[in-house]
Write a protein that binds this ligand. Structure first.
Ligand SMILES: [Zn+2]
Ligand SMILES: [Zn+2]
Ligand SMILES: [Zn+2]
Ligand SMILES: [Zn+2]
Ligand SMILES: [Zn+2]
Ligand SMILES: [Zn+2]
Ligand SMILES: [Zn+2]
Length: 1756
């Protein structure tokens, strides 16, 4: 930053003053003065500007120190009257703390709420209190705090049960009601009062100060310089990027500084961006303003004098100080409350607290946060002052809300957000309602802010400006406040409460009146609408108010008088609304079936209609409540029942339902999507409770008060179907009305809809008050119907059920009575399944089914019935009885008009449908008839029980012939005819069921008529019917079984066929053809030796005739034999860097250009892993395919910037068959042929020969180097060494491979080199072969580990893709030298050998402790052919391999002995003498080592433990070696290695041609081994090493992912205390846990971005490069989501290993159910990681979900 002035040396200028300053003396002086405020102000005026804000770079520590010394010191001395530390601790000791916990939540901290005991969901506990509470055993909900808010532990109002945790349990002996001030002396109180009032006033003065260049009276500084700050303020309009860009321009800072400024502005609300003289700052200000004012209002910038800023800084400090001081004593807190709320001289609203609140919207974010915190720790913690504060808050409510509307900050930093703390306390809320009329205030304020109305005074959201839309969003928070006030229902009502509640209810009705009829629609004919009308705002309002409306009703229900009054008010409001509707209401008369009724002429399809009818819906709700709590029967005289006009009640709900029907019939298509969306929400679970459900209730209420015939006629008329059914010959519709097919179709749908509505009106009785049910019955029925569709997970069910204001569905109470829970496996989730006995509740016309649900449920239920061998008929269920108020509804079923309609439809159905009737129409008619029959049965049963005569005789009515046109057939007669109609096959079951039931009812009636009703007769009757049904069912079931069997037989035949046909194509693997594998072993033990040995001259060899290996190319389907001179065949492969086996994640990544990978360190910190999907192609087929992919990608990128899941430029492609991510191919090679040559040198001879060869090679290489370098320095080249016999230095062997194979050898080698080292491809680089050998060794090692971890045998358990991959990788390794420079490979061999056999001519050989022995073995074996090829004396590769194995095994034993410090010697040894020999020899070797190395090694008395260490330590190496030689030489493995268990050691040693006492290798060759041992031990690194450095111990344990806590909230808690490491103690927003190493990172945030290879990357991506070589596995703690990352561009989310009790994950932590670790799932993730499948998993996820590709993974 370019500050004009240099920093003054501020502290030293003040130094002398500091030294002389005494806080004690100052306080003493203050005690004397008469005008204390003036004195303190003078002190502040003098010191504050000298301490704070002295330069551009603030120095908070220094400032705080000085402030403590010079400012707070004297205040504390004054307050205590003695040494503050003494005085304050005395206060603390005397304090009797209140029982409130009051812990203020940090952002992201876990909070807990008890779903059983919390008064409302805002009541929460902190983790500590929760763990000490009774609720942890209850059903609780866990969430993360958004910051602010505090723990409610100890608040008896917040909890129905267990309000205290163990820590906050009140001490009974205390009288907690005592005034805390009683403990304090009068002087103390007076002094505290003085200090608090001065300091609080000072802070309020400064924080509300709005002048930039002046200070309040009394604070003017003694001297003022020309020092200013350019202060930038936060707003919610400009983005981070805009601010950063502008700042770089305006104040010339770097991007980093700009980011830091922007971050601070965002966090604190303001930040000075420049310091200097006025001119200098003003200039920056104008640049910022100019740059940001183009589109929006400019960023707020002020140039402020430094002394003003200084005082404001201290004011914040002072508030913090107050907050800290009152913690010592409740008495101090009370005094502060008193000071804060004391009314000032200006009267109303003049207390300091008021002043702060009223200036809230003008303050910057940081200041607001500080004073809100103080309010929370003072006013809200003191029961007495909480009430007083609440009153002040309520009085200013309207003004605060108005300020908030204009404020551009989020609500969390507005003082209005404190409402949740005040209003949710039931006593406070009750008091505010009665004393301050809070309910009315909130509602009026709300209505006031929605001023935009239409002519009828209804809300109008159309053409909202941005400003109005913004306000509309803000004003919704008021609904939240109203909810808080209403959340706890009163148990006792006072007259005053009734009065104020009803006043609020009035205000609420005014609000609803503004909504009644809003957003009306008119059917569009002709043209499509031009613009979709606005509808969302109105629905947002409706949705937000849904719970309020329900709560209003519940309040009413708790007091009869209130209910009656509210009912009256609602009725008159509705009447008032109706007087406003005047559209087309001319009276007309309808008549049908001998009945007639007057109504109005109104057509939904022609006139205005609105879906918003909250007033009539509220009335409907209250009507049901009248019935439920029986007010209607007890005080009928108090109800305005006579004023009710049923036709008026039903009119608008009916219109609304007709609108839905017409939309469904396609009549409103031209009105666009907005209407479709409205109808969707009308039925949606979020809205339906206060929309659709209530309309239905209103129709039920209206119909129950009307003649059913009249009701149905009005309904017909509104559905615009009256003309069809009223005409005399309506039964002959088809002949009459054939004009327009569309119209007929439309009418059909309307008839269906109308019949469905009738079914619902009569059949929906599961609302308490409508039917005789409890609330639990209602929920149970909802669940049953959901589960009738299919089994569902807990969360799916929750989503399908309406939530109440406490976010509860009530499901848990009933679920077990209707469903069975099935636990999830390793994938998937737990499911609830319907109990079979509940299926009888199924109602096909359940009112909450969508059409899709309905058909799914129907299908599912029929299927189940068929499976059980039952009739698939789905008759209407038995329903509960109506409440008396609604009882007359059943008469709809037997009224003439309905029978007329039913008869007409049945008559139509006599003819096959030509479009004049529909299947669903008939189905509904049959259902209605069924309902009539079920109803009649129920009536018969109940009349039999209580002898109540009933005139419900449906069977009689349907047996009578039609009336209107005389002599038409009766319904029953029609049904009898229809049951044999061939075109009605699907309905036959139902018709038959109806006829059977009719017959049954008739006989029952006859019985009851003739003889007194008896249960037994009814029963026997029923039984005979049942018997018949049973027999029929059985017969059908048998037939079904036979049919099923036949189908199954066919299916399995087809399946077999398919497998046969495709197996060869797709499942082909080398295993079938390779002679080396176990399957062929049984029948062809063609080895000459009976023992199976994989290495050395005695090794197993393929039988005389070489088995041909033939494979099929997946691309061209041609067969191809694998031959050295044939066409190359390749395997798709994926090479990746890996740290999975790393034992040292702290090792910094290598410099790729300089790194020498020849020796792998035993910590295995970085490796290269090769995997394959096992699919084989011709190399030329693959090349063509890859070129096509490349070309396609180029075209695609030109067209549009779409990403793919693979990176073509990096050589990536998807396997053409299985779409597995690949980045290269491995060539397939035949087994190398070697012949058994007779005599081979033993180890010492061989070493001798080899060392001669080396000598010759080295000198030859030096010579050629020297000759090429020209300036031949012959000094060390003199000792020209003659090569041993048959060693031809100038020999160039013939390359055995065809050109395509050579090409593929280079391709794979280069790819391994490129990926493994992260460098550009260079096939000439000498490191290419090294990387290939390394990858071979590393891959084998990782697979060996995997087999151990999964407890699988070494051989025979690998999937063939891995088997093929390892075999081709190993054979490739042995061939790759042929395409490299032979000199290079020979050089590698020389250096490798020197590590084992120290050679003075080779420099920089590593110490044996720094070499991974298996890597050394693989590299030596695979590089040796480059040397061997020069030999013509008949040395064999087999002998050399065995010698390498023996030497390295000894070296490894030594390595193990040197590193396994036998500290943990256990005492119980000597189990048996079986291995005495081994123990003795190992002891001997160990002691030799001790004598060579001395101090470092402990003395060991017995070899038992040492031998154990050696055996355990070397086992992984032996296993890996067995795999390696198996794949290299093709020797089948002995059967012992195909199984787990004992005998592995012997089998391994035998297979590897090793003595089972490995020490023999040493002792039998002492002549060579001893010098070697000396050589190893004399390595300088080993001498220096000793035991100080942490050594790699053997065996190396498999790495596992970090341990996770069982309870997820422990993680949340851990994350909430995690702060961003880069921005000084800030909370991280996206704390993310590395599951590999346990590091917590600050992800997805600017602050922690770093540069990686020239690009900005987020913390996670950066971490993967050090921790996982580019691959990372993380847990995003706040989201409860696993994140996989690979490279910079790939990533995906993965299900977390945490499940709730219902077997579901909660990604995003939305549901808040407690989550627990699922070990199986975590192990599954770990397995993916261990087998290097993370990248592959990402590839599959991205292929499946294209949106994942577009995410900026690198910024996470
Ligand atoms: Zn707590
Ligand atoms: Zn507590
Ligand atoms: Zn509880
Ligand atoms: Zn091919
Ligand atoms: Zn594949
Ligand atoms: Zn890590
Ligand atoms: Zn950060």
């Amino acid at each position: 930053m370019a500050a004009a002035e240099t920093d003054r040396d501020a502290p030293s200028a003040l130094c002398s003053e500091f030294l002389n300053f005494s806080a004690k003396d100052t306080a003493a002086k203050w005690l004397q003065v008469s005008n204390l405020p003036k004195e303190v102000y003078q002190h502040l005026a003098c010191y504050v500007p000298k301490i704070y804000c002295l330069g551009p770079n603030l120095n908070p520590q220094n400032e705080d120190l000085l402030a403590q010394l010079l400012l707070q010191g004297p205040l504390e001395w004054y307050l205590c009257g003695e040494e503050p530390s003494v005085g304050l601790s005395k206060l603390e000791q005397n304090n009797q703390p209140s029982q409130l916990c009051g812990h203020v939540f940090k952002v992201g901290e876990p909070t807990y709420s008890c779903r059983e005991c919390a008064a409302d969901p805002t009541c929460v506990l902190c983790m500590q209190c929760f763990l000490g509470s009774v609720h942890k055993e209850h059903r609780y909900r866990m969430t993360t705090s958004g910051g602010g808010g505090f723990c409610d532990c100890g608040d008896t109002e917040a909890w129905k049960k267990g309000p205290y945790c163990q820590k906050h349990e009140p001490n009974i002996s205390d009288s907690s009601q005592k005034d805390p001030l009683a403990n304090l002396s009068a002087e103390m109180i007076a002094r505290t009062y003085n200090v608090f009032s001065i300091i609080l006033k000072y802070a309020v003065d400064m924080l509300t100060w709005d002048k930039e260049d002046e200070l309040p009276e009394g604070l003017e500084p003694p001297a003022r310089g020309d020092m200013y700050y350019c202060m930038l303020f936060n707003d919610e309009v400009h983005t981070y990027e805009q601010v950063i860009y502008t700042l770089q321009k305006a104040v010339n800072c770097t991007q980093k500084e700009a980011v830091s400024f922007a971050t601070t502005v965002d966090r604190d609300g303001r930040k000075s961006v420049r310091f200097g003289d006025f001119q200098f700052c003003e200039q920056a200000k104008s640049v910022i303003v100019r740059n940001t004012s183009r589109q929006t209002k400019p960023l707020r910038v002020q140039v402020m004098h430094s002394s003003v800023v200084a005082h404001q800084c201290f004011a914040l400090k002072a508030l913090n100080w107050l907050g800290q001081t009152i913690r010592y004593s409740d008495a101090l807190r009370r005094i502060l409350c008193q000071v804060g709320l004391q009314r000032g001289p200006e009267g109303e609203n003049s207390s300091l607290v008021d002043k702060l609140m009223l200036c809230d919207s003008k303050m910057w974010k940081g200041a607001r946060n500080v004073y809100h915190q103080l309010f929370m720790s003072s006013l809200l913690m003191d029961p007495k002052y909480k009430k007083l504060f609440a009153i002040q808050f309520a009085r200013s409510y309207q003004r605060l809300q108005t300020d908030f509307m204009e404020d551009d900050h989020e609500r969390v930093v507005s003082v209005t957000s404190l409402s949740v703390q005040l209003f949710t306390a039931p006593t406070v809320a009750r008091m505010l309602i009665t004393d301050e009329n809070l309910m009315t205030t909130i509602i009026r304020t709300f209505v006031d802010h929605l001023r935009h109305r239409d002519l009828q005074g209804r809300f109008q959201f159309e053409r909202y400006t941005a400003q109005q839309a913004f306000k509309f969003r803000r004003v919704q928070s008021l609904i939240g406040d109203l909810k808080y006030v209403l959340i706890s229902r009163p148990t006792e009502w006072t007259d005053q409460l009734r009065e104020k509640y009803l006043e609020g209810f009035d205000a609420f009705l005014e609000l609803l009146k503004c909504m009644q009829g809003m957003d009306p629609v008119v059917r569009q004919v002709g043209q499509h609408i031009e613009m979709e009308p606005e509808w969302e705002a109105a629905f947002t309002l409706q949705m937000k108010l849904t719970h309020i409306i329900s709560m209003m009703q519940e309040w009413c229900a708790s007091d009869e008088r209130v209910l009656i009054e509210a009912y009256k008010k609602s009725l008159s409001a509705l009447t008032h609304c109706h007087s406003g509707f005047t559209d087309g209401e001319q009276p007309i008369t309808l008549s049908m079936c001998g009945h007639s009724v007057d109504t109005i002429r109104y057509c939904v399809s022609q006139e205005k209609v609105s879906i918003h009818l909250p007033v009539s819906r509220l009335l409907a709700g209250l009507h049901a409540l009248l019935s439920k709590i029986e007010v209607a029967y007890r005080f009928p005289e108090q109800l305005p029942l006579s004023e009710l006009s049923p036709p008026m009640l039903i009119e608008h709900p009916l219109r609304c339902l007709v609108l839905c029907a017409q939309v469904h019939a396609g009549m409103w298509r031209r009105n666009g999507f907005s209407l479709v969306n409205q109808i969707y929400y009308y039925h949606n679970v979020k809205c339906r409770v206060e929309m659709f459900d209530k309309d239905l209730i209103m129709l039920q209420a209206g119909a129950s008060m009307m003649d059913p015939n009249h009701f149905l006629m009005i309904m017909l008329s509104r559905f615009e179907l009256y003309h069809i059914f009223s005409s005399a010959d309506c039964r002959k519709r088809y002949s009459r009305e054939n004009a327009n097919k569309d119209v007929v179709q439309q009418n059909n749908t309307l008839i269906e809809e109308m019949l469905h509505l009738i079914i619902m009106i009569v059949g929906e009785r599961y609302t308490a008050g409508v039917g005789q049910v409890e609330i639990t019955d209602e929920i149970r029925r909802e669940i049953v119907h959901q589960l009738c569709i299919r089994p569902m997970a807990h969360s799916e069910l929750v989503k399908a059920l309406p939530e109440n204001e406490n976010k509860e569905t009530g499901m848990e109470r009933v679920i077990d009575s209707v469903a069975l829970f099935k636990k999830p496996g390793v994938t998937g989730r737990g499911l609830y399944k319907l109990r079979p006995e509940c299926a009888k509740m199924f109602n096909l016309y359940f009112h909450h089914y969508s059409r899709a649900d309905q058909s799914k449920a129907e299908e599912a239920q029929r299927k189940i019935k068929r499976q059980n061998g039952e009739d698939s008929v789905l008759p209407p269920p038995v329903l509960p009885r109506f409440c008396p108020l609604f009882a007359s509804l059943v008469n709809i079923l037997q009224c003439d008009v309905l029978l007329g309609i039913l008869g007409a439809v049945l008559q139509w159905a006599m003819e096959p449908s030509g479009g004049h009737w529909s299947e669903s129409m008939l189905q509904r008619v049959l259902h209605l008839i069924g309902m009539g029959l079920v109803e009649e049965q129920q009536h018969l049963i109940s009349s039999a029980e209580d002898y109540n005569d009933t005139n419900f005789n449906f069977t009689l009515k349907i047996s009578r012939p039609g009336e209107a046109p005389a002599n038409t057939a009766s319904i029953l007669a029609l049904l009898e005819t229809l049951q044999n109609a061939p075109h009605l096959e699907v309905h036959k079951d139902m018709i038959r069921w109806i006829l059977k039931t009719v017959a049954y009812i008739k006989t029952t009636r006859e019985c009851t008529a003739s003889s007194p009703p008896s249960d037994s007769s009814g029963h026997s009757q029923e039984e005979t019917v049942r018997d018949k049904e049973k027999a029929e069912r059985k017969r059908k079931a048998e037939m079904a079984r036979l049919r099923r069997e036949k189908i199954m037989a066919q299916m399995s035949e087809m399946q077999r066929h398919f497998i046969n046909e495709n197996k060869e194509l797709f499942q082909q693997s080398l295993e079938d053809l390779d002679p080396s594998t176990s399957s062929t072993l049984e029948h062809s033990p063609s080895s000459c030796d009976s023992a199976l040995v994989c290495v050395g001259p005695r090794r197993w060899r393929a039988g005389g005739s070489d088995r041909r290996q033939v494979v099929t190319c997946i691309l061209c389907q041609e067969e191809q034999e694998i031959r050295s001179d044939g066409k190359a065949m390749v395997l798709a492969a994926f090479v990746q860097r890996s740290t999975v086996m790393s034992k040292n994640r702290k090792r910094p990544p290598h410099n790729p250009d300089k790194y020498d990978p020849l020796f792998m360190h035993p910590d295995l910190s970085f490796g290269t892993h090769t995997g394959s999907c096992g699919h084989i192609m011709h190399s030329h087929c693959w090349q063509r395919y890859f070129e096509a992919v490349q070309a396609k990608e180029q075209r695609r990128q030109q067209r549009l910037r779409v990403h793919t899941s693979y990176d073509v430029e990096n050589g990536e492609f998807l396997c053409p068959l299985c779409e597995c991510l690949s980045n290269t191919v491995i060539p397939l090679l035949p087994l190398t042929k070697t012949c058994c040559s007779s005599e081979q040198p033993d180890l010492s001879q061989w070493l001798n020969i080899t060392s001669h060869q080396m000598k010759a090679l080295i000198s030859a290489h030096r010579k050629s180097k020297a000759s090429s370098a020209e300036a031949a320095d012959e000094t060390d080249g003199v000792n020209d060494c003659p090569p041993p016999d048959g060693f031809r230095l100038d020999h160039t062997p013939k390359n055995p491979y065809s050109s395509t194979i050579k090409e593929m050898l280079t391709t794979f080698g280069t790819a391994t080199y490129k990926v493994g080292l992260k460098v550009h491809p260079n096939e000439q680089d000498p490191r290419v072969p090294i990387m290939c050998w390394g990858s071979c060794a590393y891959t084998i090692q990782s697979i060996e580990r995997l087999l151990v971890d999964e407890e699988k045998p070494l051989f025979g358990s690998l999937p063939c893709r891995q088997d093929d991959c390892l075999s081709s990788l190993t054979r490739f390794g042995s061939a790759c030298w042929t395409v490299s420079s032979h000199t290079t490979v020979q050089n590698h061999f020389i250096r490798l050998l020197a590590a084992l056999v120290p050679d003075p001519r080779v420099e920089n050989s590593p110490c044996i402790l720094d070499v991974d022995m298996f890597h050394l073995l693989v590299s030596l074996v695979l590089s040796h052919p480059a040397v061997l090829c020069l030999d013509s004396s008949g040395l064999s590769a087999d002998a050399a391999q065995l010698h390498f194995l023996h030497l390295i095994t000894v070296a490894h034993v030594v390595q193990i002995l040197l590193t396994s410090l036998p500290e943990e010697v256990r005492m119980e040894q000597e189990t048996g003498g079986a291995e005495r020999e081994e123990e003795e020899s190992v002891c001997l070797l160990y002691n030799t080592l001790r004598s060579l190395l001395g101090r470092g090694l402990r003395e060991v008395s017995s070899g038992w433990h040492l031998w154990l260490c050696v055996k355990a330590g070397i086992l992984p190496y032996l296993r890996a070696a067995a795999l390696f030689f198996h794949y290299l030489n093709g020797a089948p493995a002995p059967p012992e290695l195909h199984a787990l268990g004992a005998g592995e050691w012997e089998a391994l040693c035998g297979y590897l041609c090793l003595p089972s006492n490995l020490l023999q290798l040493y002792f039998n060759n002492l002549d060579i081994m001893e010098p070697l041992l000396h050589g190893w031990c004399s390595h300088p690194a080993l001498q220096a090493l000793q035991s100080s450095v942490t050594l790699i111990r053997f065996p190396r344990e498999s790495n596992h992912l970090i341990d996770l806590p069982g309870d997820y909230s422990a993680l949340i808690n851990q994350a909430s205390s995690f702060t961003c490491p880069k921005s000084g103690g800030d909370k991280s927003r996206v704390p993310t846990l590395c599951l590999v190493c346990g590091a917590m990172l600050c992800s997805q945030s600017y602050c922690c971005q770093t540069e990686l290879e020239g690009e900005d990357v987020g913390a996670c991506t950066a971490h993967t490069f050090t921790c996982g070589a580019g691959v990372g596995i993380f847990l995003r703690v706040r989201e409860s989501q696993v994140l996989f990352l690979a490279g910079k561009t790939k990533g995906c989310f993965y299900a977390p290993p945490y499940l709730d009790d219902y077997g579901e994950t909660d990604q995003g932590l939305r549901r808040g159910n407690p989550l627990h670790l699922c070990h199986e799932r975590y192990r599954k993730i770990q397995k993916l990681w261990r087998q290097h499948s993370i990248t592959e998993e990402i590839g599959h996820a991205q292929e499946a979900n294209q949106t994942l590709v577009g995410i900026d993974w690198q910024h996470l």
